[in-house]
Design a protein around this ligand. Structure first.
Ligand SMILES: NC(=O)C1=CN([C@@H]2O[C@H](COP(=O)(O)OP(=O)(O)OC[C@H]3O[C@@H](n4cnc5c(N)ncnc54)[C@H](OP(=O)(O)O)[C@@H]3O)[C@@H](O)[C@H]2O)C=CC1
Ligand SMILES: O=C(O)C1=N[C@H](C(=O)O)C[C@H](O)C1
Length: 275
């Protein structure tokens, strides 16, 4: 029997904090082959991505031409995947470009609007191409969200607090938005008003979804990524908290998604749909 071809992987945003972790994880995976490393950062052009990521020379230089990298990946034997950890300002175009070339996008970049995600889902459907948009690749976060959904059956008052490093471009975090969406799926409204509240300084009470869920965002050096979902009821608080201390925590979810996106014919949103 012919051996299975390694999955050709393009990492977009390869020189960034998450991109470097993905490069190390893909390089260490027996069933994957890193075919291209793309990053727009001018300082990184031509550097070997393995050297930069700290896993030894991989003979894959960093380039800034995504389309050329995608074309290269389609010339390999297996179905190619593009992993995107770039920036909210370019992720939408990156995903459309990958799908147009028949490359499966696995997207960790946050900041896409609901309309953009819907549009990408329709584009993937038309192209019969699998795609995955995963606001959080950590298994621990999926478990937190499942516990929050269960708690929301019993609690009517909930607020979300997300805390991140101060290089993060988007707020609230993609994870906090997704968590609020999952709580909203129950079809109820939260936090019925008890008083006529006045914000003496705009933003003091965070942002509020149409279902009444408040989200608060903190940005500080020293943080990586953390989230609390706090439920309140008379006489009790129920707090769910997730902390990351190393970006390696996302890699089992990234590798799983690369493998699971291949047979899909449409777009999936959320790691819980692939577990
Ligand atoms: N889904 C998940 O589990 C996780 C998601 N994230 C998300 O991933 C994204 C990236 O995070 P992080 O790695 O911390 O960010 P970084 O800024 O560390 O890395 C992003 C890298 O991508 C480069 N880049 C930006 N735009 C482009 C582009 N259009 N084409 C090619 N390269 C580009 C940047 O270059 P330059 O600096 O020059 O702009 C930078 O080198 C964020 O949206 C973040 O929220 C982060 C952690 C987990
Ligand atoms: O920017 C980050 O770091 C993270 N971004 C994602 C988000 O916006 O939810 C996932 C995780 O929180 C880390």
């Amino acid at each position: 029997m012919a051996s299975q071809a390694a999955i050709p992987v393009v990492v977009n945003g390869a020189g960034g904090k998450m991109g470097r972790e993905v490069v190390k994880a893909v390089a260490a995976a027996d069933d994957m082959s890193l075919v291209a490393a793309v990053d727009r950062s001018p300082d990184l052009q031509g550097q070997d991505i393995g050297e930069l990521a700290g896993c030894g020379e991989l003979e894959v230089p960093i380039v800034n031409d995504l389309q050329a990298a995608l074309v290269l990946s389609t010339q390999e034997r297996g179905t190619p995947v593009m992993v995107d950890f770039t920036h909210p300002d370019s992720v939408y175009d990156n995903v459309r470009t990958a799908i147009a070339y028949g490359v499966r996008p696995v997207v960790g970049t946050t900041g896409l609007s609901a309309e953009e995600i819907q549009d990408l889902a329709e584009f993937a459907d038309k192209a019969s191409t699998g795609a995955a948009i995963i606001p959080n690749f950590s298994i621990g976060m999926v478990l937190l969200q499942q516990a929050a959904v269960r708690a929301s059956q019993y609690f009517d008052h909930v607020e979300i607090l997300e805390l991140h490093h101060n290089q993060k471009a988007d707020a609230p975090s993609g994870t906090a938005i997704q968590t609020a969406q999952l709580l909203a799926e129950l079809g109820k409204s939260y936090n019925p008003a008890r008083v006529n509240e006045t914000e003496k300084m705009p933003g003091a009470r965070g942002t509020c979804t149409s279902e009444g869920i408040r989200i608060h965002s903190i940005r500080l050096p020293g943080l990586i990524a953390h989230q609390e979902v706090i439920f309140g009821a008379p006489g009790e608080l129920y707090t769910l908290r997730h902390d990351t201390s190393d970006r390696a925590c996302y890699m089992p979810g990234v590798l799983l998604t690369i493998r699971k996106v291949l047979p899909l014919k449409s777009l999936v949103y959320g790691l819980e749909k692939l577990l």
